[in-house]
Ligand binder design. Structure first.
Ligand code: DX5
Ligand code: ZN
Length: 218
């Protein structure tokens, strides 16, 4: 039976206590740690950069699922690989030559994911779906944690699942934004493979139990 992959988003944690938050993740059932990097250009917010990411890898026992909300992500492929990222998520909307970007991510030894904003249709992936390891569907507009889930995402999962099946791709479907006690069971039932969750996990009274609960969704 398929088990959901849980990738808690560190953005939902206390930025003044990152080490403690990572220790909690290390001790939990989380599969990956989701790291959001924002540049203040592609999205209206700025988060952490490479010096922090490099240090994170030395304390985090889980694979790093890095979501780049930045323009020109190609510039940072080698640095991200050196920082120990397992997965590099680039936004479709930020890549002029997406096929080349995906090739270079693979050449650098990382898995490659393409991320779609809520307004970008799944159909744009038709000619790249067999080259990517994962598709991240944004279920909020990227830039901030704690936003309301966009309901249209459920239909997008159906369309993406159909595309994956028909093309023979092995891409995983990851959902990011507004994943909580209400939306997680529906997303799992709808066929999501990976759930990212920031505020729901880190603001919970018992984050480890919340991660275990997300992991138990079918
Ligand atoms: C938002 C980020 C998310 C964010 C999700 O742009 O990509 O990873 O942390 O936060 P929640 O789970 O609170 O919606
Ligand atoms: Zn994210």
């Amino acid at each position: 039976m398929k088990q959901i992959i849980v990738s808690p988003s560190l953005l939902g944690g206390n930025p003044l206590n990152i080490e403690k938050e990572v220790e909690m993740i290390n001790d939990s059932d989380a599969d990956w740690l989701h790291i959001d990097i924002m540049d203040g250009v592609f999205v209206p917010n700025i988060t952490i950069g490479f010096p922090v990411l490099q240090r994170l890898k030395s304390i985090c026992k889980k694979p790093l699922d890095v979501h780049l909300m930045i323009v020109e992500p190609d510039k940072w492929i080698n640095l991200l690989a050196d920082a120990g990222a397992m997965m590099m998520n680039v936004h479709y909307e930020a890549c002029t030559h997406l096929h080349r970007t995906i090739q270079q991510i693979h050449q650098a030894g990382m898995k490659a994911a393409v991320t779609l904003n809520p307004a970008t249709p799944v159909g744009v992936l038709e000619d790249i779906i067999c080259d990517v390891d994962m598709v991240l569907l944004m279920s909020v507009n990227p830039g901030f944690g704690g936003q309301k889930f966009i309901e249209n995402t459920y239909k997008k999962i159906d369309r993406l699942r159909k595309l994956i099946k028909e093309s023979g791709s092995n891409a995983l479907i990851e959902i990011d934004g507004g994943v909580n006690g209400e939306t997680a069971p529906k997303l799992a039932a709808r066929g999501a493979d990976v759930l990212v969750s920031g505020s729901y996990v880190f603001k919970a009274d018992d984050p480890k139990a919340t991660i275990a609960w997300l992991k138990s969704q079918l």
